[in-house]
Structures are given as C-alpha cells and as structure tokens.
Ligand binder design. Structure first.
Ligand code: AMP
Length: 397
C-alpha cells in the first residue's frame, strides 16, 4: 500500500482530500471537530517534510449550483488555523480565478483550503473536467477521506487518474484499510460479530459477507425482531421489515449451513410507546404482547451474549443493541460495549464502526476499550460487504 509515510514531500504541492464534513450548531459553531483532528497527522507529516498543502473537502449537501453561505468551509479554515497554529489561506471563491491564483502563489510550509467541493455539480457526478481543474492546482494527490471513499466523486476517485506515479493514501486512510483488512482476512479466532441497529435491509450484504469469516454472530437491536417474526414469534409493535422475512430466514439458513453459531435475543425490554418514560416490562422476545414494542435486550440475553464474548479473540461491532439514545433503553448497548472492552483488555482485537455505532460508543463513553473505531459509516459498511471502494481502488491502481 502506497502511503505518505513511505515518501518525502519536500517542495511538493500536495492536494489532500480530507473529510471535514463536521456538524454545526445553531450559532454556526463547529460542535464536533473529530473529523478535522483525525486528518492532522497527515497534514503535519506533509508540512514537516516541507510541502505546501491544498486541502479539500465537501460539507453537507448543497445544491451544486455554486456558493451557498450555509455550506461554506470558511469556519473550518479558521478552525484548522487554530489547531495548526499557522495561517490557512482560504480564497473563498467557488473554484474560479482567486483559487487558481492562490494555489500558484502557495509556498512550502503554507496551507490552503478550497471551498466546499460540492458547490460544483461535477464533484458528485465524478466529472472529469472538474477533476482536471482540481488536479491542475497541485503536483501530488493524497486521499485521507475514508468517510467519502465509497463515493466515485471527482475529488475522491477521478482526480487520482491525473497523478499516476504521485498518489498516496493519507495516514488515516491507511489506518482504516489496515484494520479492515486485518478484520476481514487475518482475524484471530474465535471471531464474533455483534450486529444491531434498526434495519436488516441495511445489513444484509454485511451479514452475507461475514458468513464465511465469523464463528459467532450476535444479532440484536431493532433488526432482531424481523428474525423473530420470521421464525414465528409474536413481536407486538416492535420494529419490523415485513418485506424482509424471507431474507431473514435465508440468512439464518446460510449461517446454520456454514456452522456459525447465531445468537438472537431471548428476552426483551419492552415499552408501551416509543418514549424514555414509557411503561416497561421484560418478556420473552418471541412473546411480546400486542401494543408493546421491544426497545432493548433483556438481562438473560445480555448474559448469553457475554458468555460468547468472553471466549472471543476478535470482535466486530456494528449497530446499537437497543434504543441507546433513551437512557432507559441504553443498558444493553452499554453492557455489551463494556464486555467488548473486556475482550480488548484481555489482549483481543475489537473493532466498531458503520452507521450509528460510533455515536453510541461515544455517547456511552466506551471509546477507550475499543482497538479500532472506524471514522467511516457508509464506507466501513461497504468494505465489510466485500465491495471495492472507488477512493481506495483509485490509489491502488
Ligand atoms: P443503524 O444506523 O442501522 O445502526 O441503527 C441505529 C438505530 O437503531 C439507533 O438510532 C437506535 O435507536 C435504533 N434501534 C436499536 N434498537 C432498536 C429497537 N429495538 N427499536 C427501534 N430502534 C432501535
């Protein structure tokens, strides 16, 4: 894998694709700068080498018809400035003359940030002309935007074609790929996948790809009820995808044929409405009364999952095991998160990512106990599905 760690970038003008798609509060302030901070090792390494940097990113979903103040990267430029302690040139035009001029004038050690790439429709369309324009600004391309690696956009994939011998993975991208490869191809056994979250439909391909890799599959969260209903259980008003009942049966059959132990919840903490203050009771998962919905796994289930996790050397966790956003239904996710942390503490390898999983881990204070937390929601899921990511392939080939 060609990463920036293996080269010296002195006097190079490096285009670095980052993922600065950060959330903003009502007053226009950045409410979580994790994504910016995660790119800093790459930025610092290139600056230490003596390169000049042209950083680029998307932010949100503007219309693609030019500048929109609400989606400007100007606050991000100021924030990077304060984190790096050096000036960040921000031409602020939507890819016109000022950008070209500023890029030309950039000296070694200087940093520039382009405006939101998605102000130009060509970005998401993977337009070659827009990619050529971006490529003309620098002499080297580095991709460090794992969160956007599953998109074949102008700045994430197409642009790499203009730098045949001069394209590299950034340190964050390299870390993500190394960990995902380890998980999918070199995991120590027993290997357990804990898959939760809302919908079976968004996890089908991940489950299929894992069937050949894991020894145990733990299914929890809202998606478990589709499996329970498919096998004849009563699930009350729990979340269900009625058009995926056959798929659920197929998945159960596949895992059985492959000799994977599949563990579904045996008891469930129900509520009489979707509310933290709802009435609660614990019942068998296949006998949820009418008018009640499953919101979290019960204590017996937690114990069963725990027993499997105790024997595991590798764990992949994707998706919360209950409605973790509500305190009264967060216990299953919290306790299983702690068990996964114990696997790490025993010298095992644990990975979390995809969709809402990282939000759950952050909110419940579980980050320290996990070996690898992926920064890419959709990108991580697609990697786990066994798909080739355009942003990764463009550097490799
Ligand atoms: P995903 O993005 O697929 O990982 O789904 C995450 C969402 O699943 C979170 O917002 C959880 O609140 C939700 N979720 C987990 N368990 C349940 C459940 N039993 N009923 C409804 N939603 C759930």
């Amino acid at each position: 894998m060609k990463t920036i760690a293996q080269a010296d970038f002195k006097n190079r003008k490096v285009l670095v694709r980052c993922d600065f798609n950060v959330p903003f509060g009502k007053a226009g302030e950045i409410t979580d700068d994790t994504r910016i901070k995660e790119c800093l090792p790459t930025i610092r390494k290139l600056l230490d080498d003596g390169a000049s940097l042209i950083l680029m990113s998307h932010l949100g979903r503007p219309a693609g018809t030019g500048y929109e103040a609400a989606f400007s990267l100007a606050p991000v430029a100021r924030h990077i400035e304060s984190l790096l302690g050096r000036k960040v040139v921000f031409p602020g035009d939507a890819f016109e003359d000022a950008t070209v001029k500023a890029a030309k004038a950039l000296q070694p050690g200087e940093v520039m940030l382009l405006e939101n790439l998605r102000f130009i429709k060509g970005e998401t369309k993977g337009d070659e002309e827009f990619a050529r324009y971006l490529a003309s600004l620098g002499d080297t391309y580095v991709n460090d935007a794992f969160g956007a690696a599953h998109r074949a956009h102008a700045s994430t994939a197409v642009i790499a074609g203009f730098f045949p011998g001069n394209k590299y993975f950034g340190l964050l991208m390299a870390h993500e790929i190394e960990n995902l490869e380890k998980l999918l191809h070199h995991a120590e056994h027993p290997f357990t996948a804990v898959i939760g979250g809302a919908k079976v439909s968004s996890k089908i391909d991940v489950l299929k790809n894992l069937a050949d890799k894991v020894d145990n599959l733990i299914i929890g969260g809202g998606m478990a009820y589709t499996f329970v209903k498919a096998t004849g259980g009563s699930i009350g008003t729990s979340l269900v995808e009625d058009d995926k009942l056959d798929t659920a049966l197929e998945i159960l059959d596949t895992f059985k044929r492959k000799g994977v132990r599949l563990i579904l919840p045996v008891d469930t903490l129900c509520a009489d409405r979707f509310d933290n203050d709802a009435e609660r009771k614990t019942v068998p998962t296949d006998a949820i009364p009418d008018g009640w919905m499953g919101m979290d796994i019960g204590q017996e289930t937690i114990a069963a999952y725990e027993a499997v996790l105790k024997e595991s050397r590798s764990v992949l966790w994707n998706g919360p095991l209950g409605v973790f956003e509500m305190e009264n239904f967060s216990r299953g996710t919290l306790q299983i998160g702690r068990c996964i942390g114990d696997v790490t503490a025993r010298g095992g390898y644990t990975a979390v990512g995809g969709g809402d999983s990282v939000a759950a881990v952050n909110r419940l204070g579980l980050t320290k106990g996990i070996s690898y937390i992926s920064t890419g929601g959709g990108a991580m899921l697609e990697y786990l599905e066994g798909k080739k990511l355009p942003g990764v392939e463009a550097i490799l080939n």
